[in-house]
Design a protein. Structure first.
Lengths: 153, 713, 81
């Protein structure tokens, strides 16, 4: 990729409705001593991105984030450390809008992704909670069955 | 801080000695050449006593005589002892946008009187600090505070290092929590977190006072009730935080005790002919540790599944498939150019076309083909911005898309492997736990009363330790609850203040204190996290460079790091952790501690001296030179006490780096080791100006004299 | 002080970037307040001072600045409405 497009989201913060902040604190590892089984996500962006993916997988419509009281929890520069996510966010935007020109509008792409994240978050939280085991196992099983079910379908 | 000068009177064998140190940034090394028993360790003690008082002496000074052992009572029954240190401090202040640097010189004088008898009682020492200026010296209050600030006492081991004692940062026979605590304290102090911590406390107090104003404004109202509750909570918080600190310390202390008893039990078992049981216990413990490490790794792998590319690719497969169809369409319409530019450019520079024809500039056919290829390149480069992004995306994501297309889910495979690993390890861990308990039962049944007594004590210590741990958890929980309640109450208070006429000013004050606290807190966290990482990286670089030429160690040591838990860890091949005590030779252990000390000083950007006694003991050849060279480079002021042996082979480095070199001699070494009689009856350190290459009447040593005689004959 | 002052100040400057510019010049004001506070802390270590009072006053001055600037802002809004 040309350097200047390496991370078009560099300057865009990731905002999340305050009602989900507790989930981010609870399920993301915030120190080296974190109990992984209780907090499966290495970083906040991982929970956020999984929510985007789950919403996309389930065909959920992006939520209207303007209706929420949102706060910044992640810096857009985070994608610099996982450049493949930049590609995926672009492809998600093309797939959702059917318009390839959206790739030159990082803010629009981020709004769409944030909408998907908000739509997917309740689902992911449910996946973490539903089950008799620790969150990491509940989530693993839920992702497992989601991938199998949709494949079979 | 830079050391400039030191002076001692009647401090053990330093009866009357003056030292000067190089403060030249280009020649930052000072070498004090001294044979063993010539006062090196005494100087190290003397400097620390001057700075920190009795607490810095062995055994905190208890029963540690300070006056010269051969003091002649006819000179007085009470010996005046004085140590003086002159140093320079640089401070930086932000003055209207600029950073202003100020250098000041100080003189610190500590003195005490000591009785000349077997008890060697001495008066509490008096310490004075003077700021030196052109016209003289002005006294400064609270000298201890200045020193504690510039060279925190907990960092004594960082700045004043005895090559052997410094190993305490990595010694295996200290409990993990103790080593951690030492490393953590060293890092936090050196990084200046104490000042930030104090500032946070004071600003919090300011916030409480503003809260009190809010209480007055809203007297008798809801605002008053909330502000009063916040006031109480602030008191609770202070109490809880003090309790938490106490619980942590108690836990650490009992943890060390348990560790200590374990060693005693091991020793008792050896003595009681129970080596086999001891060996089995040791092995079982090691096995449990190994499995726990592996389990922790497996858990991390499980967690990594949720940040992996495969989970996203698999979940997004249907959607990404649609997106890719769009891109394929564009590609088929020729709107995405082939990524031929690099290939074509390659060809141009290789001067041979893909078809095998020449592209040489001199050749007429080649010239034509060159022009054609250049045109193709130019056309492709003219693609507009969007096309460029799409092209990048198409080629960048295509191989990844292909993974997703394969039909089988990569993530499911990875997940299956993780489950198998975790389950397998857990079974092994359960088994190891059972084995260990069985061995402990055997131990319980031993008729040895010594061992049973020790085990009983161990149980008590362990109970105490666990009690403090659980106290710690419950206080942490209470603090979290308090924090949450406080946030809610504060939001309510601020809302009510907004409605008050006089509220705006108070609200502004609260906002300022909150913002100041926030900035200080985030600075505190950032310094800890980022700087720790930097110290770790730099320590590794310095360490690897120092031991780089040692083929024996080079083969087993891969890298070293300081973990987020403040453990210094050395890794061997396949990321296996090495035990510094068992797997590292003496030179490497020394190099590792020096690397830690230098990295810490360097990252903190503190201008502080590193005064090191016998830094090159147990090292030789290239590794020795490498340690010296690296230490000079990484230090801002380096004072080394070196024996003649340590100097051997390093003369050129000293020529280059040292601004001051002098020699200390113990006249009592005549006639055994000194050639000439110094004519001094007392045992005292004498200074001469001989450097690492020269010697004089006073310092000429016997081995050298003999060698000369041999050469002459 | 232990950590090079210059370095602490530069980190503080960076952290201030994350604070809302509550009024014109607020962040600049905050930076001054914090540098002063750290200066007080250092001074306090050398010879005990009434540091709490000094810090209270410093925060208070910044709050006056904030309230005054805001008063000005509100004034404009009132005129506009």
């Amino acid at each position: 990729m040309a350097d200047r497009y390496f991370n078009p989201f560099q300057a865009i913060d990731i905002n999340v409705p305050v009602e989900f902040h507790e989930a981010f604190t609870r399920y993301c590892q915030r120190s080296a001593d974190a109990v992984i089984d209780q907090s499966p996500f290495p970083r906040m962006v991982d929970l956020w991105f999984l929510s985007v993916c789950v919403a996309a997988r389930l065909g959920l419509e992006p939520a209207d984030t303007t209706k929420y009281d949102t706060r910044k929890i992640i810096d857009g520069s985070i994608f610099g450390s996982d450049p493949w996510r930049v590609h995926q966010l672009m492809l998600i935007a093309i797939g959702k809008t059917g318009d390839v020109h959206i790739v030159s509008e990082p803010r629009k792409m981020m709004t769409l992704a944030s909408g998907l994240a908000v739509a997917g978050l309740p689902k992911v939280i449910e996946m973490l909670k539903d089950g008799d085991a620790e969150p990491i196992w509940n989530l693993s099983d839920a992702v497992d069955s989601l991938l199998r079910k949709e494949k079979a379908a | 801080m830079k050391l400039l000068r030191a002076e001692f009177q009647n401090f053990r064998m330093l009866r009357d000695l003056e030292l000067n140190f190089s403060s030249d940034p280009e020649k930052k090394l000072t070498v004090i050449r001294a044979a063993n028993e010539s006062g090196k360790t005494t100087i190290l003690h003397g400097l620390q006593w001057a700075l920190y008082g009795d607490a810095a002496l062995p055994g905190k000074g208890e029963g540690f005589r300070l006056h010269p052992i051969d003091w002649n009572a006819s000179e007085g029954k009470r010996v005046p002892i004085t140590a003086t240190v002159e140093f320079e401090l640089t401070t930086y202040r932000r003055v209207s946008g600029d950073v202003r640097e100020t250098r000041r010189r100080y003189r610190l004088v500590r003195s005490a009187f000591e009785d000349v008898d077997s008890q060697a009682r001495r008066s509490a020492s008096t310490v004075k600090l003077f700021a030196l200026n052109e016209t003289g010296a002005s006294p400064i209050d609270a000298p201890e505070a200045v020193i504690n600030d510039e060279l925190p006492p907990e960092l004594r081991e960082v700045f004043f290092t005895d090559g052997d004692r410094a190993l305490s940062f990595i010694e295996a026979d200290v409990a993990l929590s103790t080593k951690r605590e030492r490393v953590q304290r060293a890092i936090r102090s050196l990084l200046g977190l104490g000042v930030i911590d104090d500032a946070i406390k004071h600003v919090r107090k300011s916030a409480s006072e503003v809260n009190r104003k809010a209480k007055q404004v809203g007297s008798g109202s809801e605002l008053n009730r909330i502000a009063s509750r916040l006031e109480e909570m602030e008191n609770d918080r202070e109490k809880f935080e003090a309790d938490l600190e106490d619980a942590k310390q108690q836990f650490g202390a009992f943890d060390e005790k348990v560790d200590d008893i374990d060693r005693k039990i091991a020793a008792a078992l050896q003595k009681g002919d129970k080596e086999k049981l001891q060996k089995d216990l040791d092995q079982a413990k090691r096995e449990i540790k190994r499995l726990d490490d592996q389990l922790a790794t497996a858990n991390k792998e499980h967690s990594a599944l949720f940040r992996s590319r495969s989970i996203a690719t698999d979940l997004l497969a249907p959607l990404l498939g649609r997106a890719f169809e769009k891109l394929e369409e564009l590609h088929d319409q020729g709107k995405i150019p082939n990524t031929t530019i690099p290939v074509l450019q390659d060809r141009l520079s290789a001067e041979i076309c893909i078809c095998g024809e020449t592209l040489e500039s001199g050749d007429p056919g080649g010239e034509k083909r060159r022009a054609h290829i250049q045109k193709l390149i130019d056309d492709s480069q003219r693609a507009d911005e969007i096309q460029e992004i799409i092209t990048d995306l198409y080629y960048g994501a295509k191989p990844r898309q292909a993974d997703g297309d394969s039909g089988s889910s990569v993530w499911l495979e990875e997940y299956k492997a993780v489950v198998e690993r975790r389950d397998g390890l857990q079974t092994l861990r359960d088994e190891a736990g059972r084995k260990f308990r069985a061995l402990e039962m055997q131990l319980d049944e031993l008729p040895d009363t010594d061992i049973q007594g020790l085990r009983e004590t161990r149980r008590q210590y362990k109970d105490q330790r666990d009690r403090h741990l659980s106290r710690q958890s419950s206080i942490e929980t209470q603090l979290t609850g308090l924090r949450r309640e406080r946030e809610d109450l504060e939001a309510n208070r601020d809302r009510l203040l907004r409605e008050q006429k006089k509220g705006a000013r108070i609200l502004a004050e609260l906002e300022v204190t909150q913002d100041v606290t926030k900035v200080l807190q985030s600075a505190y966290e950032r310094i800890t996290n980022e700087e720790l990482h930097k110290v770790s990286e730099l320590m590794n670089n310095i360490f690897i460079e120092m031991i780089g030429a040692d083929p024996e160690q080079g083969a087993i040591i891969r890298h070293a790091e300081i973990s987020r838990e403040f453990d210094i860890i050395v890794y061997g091949p396949n990321d296996r952790t090495l035990n510094p005590d068992r797997d590292l030779n003496g030179a490497s252990r020394r190099a590792l501690t020096l690397a830690f000390i230098l990295a810490l000083t360097k990252v903190s950007e503190v201008e502080a001296p590193n005064v090191i006694d016998t830094p090159l003991g147990m090292t030789s050849g290239y590794v020795k030179r490498s340690i010296l060279r690296t230490a000079v480079r990484e230090s801002s002021q380096l004072v080394l006490f070196l024996t003649h042996d340590e100097i051997a082979g390093c003369e050129e480095i000293i020529d280059e780096a040292a601004g001051v070199v002098f020699t200390l001699t113990n006249p009592a070494h005549y006639p055994k080791m000194l050639v000439n009689d110094p004519g001094v009856a007392e045992r005292k350190a004498l200074r001469c100006e001989c450097d690492h290459r020269s010697e004089c009447q006073l310092c000429q040593r016997r081995a050298d004299a003999q060698a000369e005689l041999e050469m002459a004959s | 002080m232990p950590l090079n002052d210059k370095k602490i100040i530069s980190i503080i400057l960076e952290q201030c970037e994350g604070i809302d510019e509550k009024c014109d010049g607020y962040r600049e004001e905050l930076i001054e307040v914090i540098s002063e506070i750290l200066e007080y802390e250092r001074g306090h270590r050398v010879s005990a001072t009434n540091i709490q009072k000094k810090i209270n006053e410093k925060c208070n001055a910044a709050a006056r600045f904030l309230a005054a600037q805001r008063g000005h802002d509100t004034g404009t809004e009132e005129l506009d409405s």
